[in-house]
Design a protein around this ligand. Structure first.
Ligand SMILES: Cc1cn([C@H]2C[C@H](O)[C@@H](COP(=O)(O)OP(=O)(O)O[C@H]3O[C@@H](C)[C@H](O)[C@@H](O)[C@H]3O)O2)c(=O)[nH]c1=O
Length: 361
């Protein structure tokens, strides 16, 4: 397995072992060969390993339509048998995805065939990323209240005897509604411990509360609201954060999926696109997610999610959402178990390649 990565520093953040790999020469992490992909090579940066200097694998996965370098495609053309070329698409809950999943698209000039592979939420799609043992690790953590308590205490968070206290993790894109929501939490009846990994969201929270930027490990209190600054951790650490909280604000694709495996209520901030192209995607997921949810809880969820995504007032929507949390909690667990009954994305990819007789089954 060889992974081409165009942003080494981002990879280091979520996979710290990458620090030991020479960016210029590439190297191995957890059995995966890492190579730096310079998508805009220039003469000043001749050191990068060009994709055409490397023999393509039996399967070439182009993620998120990143566009393979022409030279790499040419090398693929010269191979016998020709590699299986897969375009791994963005995650979407929209109905058309099932119809397009695994569809073949012959290259107009080259005679190579590209297959579209869509992650998704039902068995007609490629499924979701879920590594072996994830749900067992989560269960071990969540079934052990002492482990959660110790995890929180290790980060200076001690909700104490306040059974009503709510632990909330916050990871989102820029949010215009944030200051008002923080204000509502600070004056609310229920204590809110807000766990914010370092980064832009922490800056935004501190600035909205009129504070200097908190260092990792520090906290600040505003009546019912206590903000805790957490480090940006590797992905296992981020999973533990999701498991430890009662409610998780997540964004984009990956943290959105991890929150679903956490089996806890969550709020999704979808990646905003031009001309509001993200809205039908948000709606499609909400409809799917809330289809078998109690109607009142479904309405509360939709109102708050829409508001968090810029359509509505999050402060107005918060009380009903808060009241629905116990129902949403049970629903999150059920949703997680249903999704876990499906083939995961990596297994689906292997099955697809085996079926195409490229990879031995
Ligand atoms: C806060 C935190 C996150 N993470 C992880 C969780 C996720 O796997 C990852 C962040 O990924 P995402 O949540 O998907 O957010 P993102 O904004 O980085 O990704 C997005 O990029 C856009 C360009 C795409 O169009 C989106 O669909 C989406 O993929 O970081 C950690 O490992 N440690 C941490 O401390």
């Amino acid at each position: 397995m060889r992974l081409w990565v165009d942003d080494w520093s981002v990879l280091q953040g979520i996979c710290p072992q990458v620090v030991d790999v020479d960016e210029k020469a590439g190297g191995q992490v957890a059995g995966i060969e890492l190579r730096r992909w310079n998508s805009t090579p220039d003469s000043a940066e001749q050191w990068h390993l060009a994709a055409n200097e490397v023999e393509p694998g039996a399967v070439v996965i182009e993620a998120f339509a990143c566009t393979l370098p022409e030279a790499h495609v040419q090398t693929m053309l010269g191979q016998q048998p020709r590699p299986l070329w897969i375009n791994l698409e963005y995650l979407s809950a929209e109905a058309w995805v099932a119809a397009c999943h695994a569809m073949a698209s012959p290259h107009p000039r080259l005679g190579l065939v590209k297959h579209f592979f869509f992650p998704g939420f039902d068995e007609h799609t490629g499924g979701l990323l879920r590594e072996p043992g994830l749900l067992q690790r989560r269960a071990a953590f969540r079934d052990d209240p002492a482990a959660r308590k110790a995890w929180l205490a290790g980060r200076g968070i001690e909700p104490g005897d306040d059974k009503e206290a709510l632990c909330v993790s916050l990871f989102a894109y820029a949010q215009t509604g944030l200051p008002a929501l923080l204000q509502a939490w600070s004056t609310g009846q229920r204590s809110v411990h807000l766990l914010v990994p370092e980064g832009r969201m922490l800056e935004a929270v501190c600035s909205a509360l009129g504070s200097t930027l908190l260092a990792v490990g520090e906290h600040l209190s505003r009546a019912s609201l206590i903000v805790h600054a957490l480090p940006f951790t590797d992905q296992d650490g981020y999973d533990e954060l999701l498991w430890a909280c009662d409610l998780n604000f997540v964004r984009g694709e990956d943290s959105f999926v991890r929150a679903q495996w956490a089996g806890r209520p969550f709020v999704w901030h979808i990646y905003p696109q031009d001309e509001n192209a993200h809205r039908p995607k948000l709606e499609a997921f909400m409809e799917r997610y809330a289809a078998r949810l109690d109607p009142q809880a479904a309405a509360a969820l939709k109102a708050f999610w829409w508001a968090w995504n810029g359509c509505g007032d999050a402060v107005d929507a918060w009380p009903d959402f808060l009241a629905a949390l116990p129902i949403l909690n049970a629903h999150a667990e059920r949703w997680c178990n249903e999704r876990a009954a499906q083939k995961d994305l990596a297994s689906a990819l292997i099955a697809f390649c085996s079926h195409s007789q490229i990879v031995p089954g």
